[in-house]
Write a protein that binds this ligand. Structure first.
Ligand code: KMH
Ligand code: ZN
Length: 271
């Protein structure tokens, strides 16, 4: 049976405990949530960090501590977000890869992001890509629109990225592409042969778009960064239950859910 990789995006940069009291924000809560997600079938966790006041942070000590706690809790693969949060300076965000996660996100273009602005300046993106290559941290290319794919391919041509490229096709952010099956099909057709890709569906699009992505042969991500709701009117209480639902969809499609050790090979991670 074909294998699929499920990722749990545990926290994200925007929601707070006021939006959902179960959102993990401290290093301990994030590690416990990572374990629950891994037990439910996530091979990868995508990690954002918060400071003591609950705001997004790129503090390297918090990153090292959180990575350490997750590693103690379970063998899940750790992907740190270098997106961090809309108000965190790019120079601080870049430093997070020094915590040497197996993977980290690379957002290749600036854009409007809901009511805010997500700044990814071209020179900063190139520096970060180069540093990730040096450290052997696999970039997950976050692409929110077709021009972002062109930028990723430019970085590949410049020798800043290595194939196979790994994409997160993010759908449903206001400022990026809308979450529609037509957009997903068109986008995936443009990816270089051999690329690894997953769908990220924001909000209500999470369940249908990840299901469509799995049926199309992609991987999929869920978690409280992407949706705080299990279904309409029912808030998620753990990341594990969102992963469990996604794993159920994968199995219903006769797809095997990859463990972390299998995912390591499928994602061509170094080390
Ligand atoms: N922080 C958001 C603005 C990432 O994790 O790299 C976008 C984001 C992407 O969450
Ligand atoms: Zn993120």
């Amino acid at each position: 049976m074909p294998k699929v990789i499920l990722t749990a995006a545990l926290t994200g940069p925007i929601a707070t405990k006021e939006d959902n009291a179960h959102l993990p924000t401290t290093p301990e809560e994030i590690a416990a949530s990572a374990k629950g997600a891994w037990e439910a079938g996530a091979a990868v966790v995508h990690v954002h960090l918060r400071d003591a006041a609950g705001r997004p942070t790129a503090d390297l000590e918090t990153a090292r501590r959180t990575v350490g706690l997750i590693q103690e809790a379970c063998p899940v693969l750790i992907q740190l977000s270098t997106g961090v949060g809309l108000d965190v300076p790019y120079e601080d965000r870049m430093k997070l890869v020094e915590a040497r996660p197996r993977m980290a996100t690379l957002n290749v273009c600036s854009m409007t992001f809901g009511t805010g602005e997500f700044r990814n300046p071209p020179d900063g993106v190139r520096k970060l890509a180069a540093r990730m290559r040096e450290l052997g941290v696999k970039p997950e290319l976050e692409v929110y629109d077709t021009g972002h794919l062109d930028m990723a391919l430019t970085l590949l041509q410049e020798g800043l990225l290595e194939e196979p490229l790994q994409f997160s096709v993010v759908m449903g952010v206001r400022g990026g592409m809308r979450a529609t099956p037509e957009n997903l099909v068109a986008f995936v057709q443009g990816l270089p042969k051999g690329s690894v890709w997953q769908v990220i569906g924001i909000g209500r699009s999470n369940l249908p778009m990840t299901a469509i992505g799995l049926a199309m042969g992609g991987n999929a991500r869920t978690g409280m960064e992407d949706t705080l709701m299990l279904r309409r009117g029912v808030p998620a209480t753990t990341n594990g239950e969102l992963v469990e639902r996604l794993a159920g969809i994968a199995r219903a499609l006769e797809l095997d859910v990859a463990g972390s050790d299998e995912a390591e090979g499928l994602l061509s991670l170094r080390r």
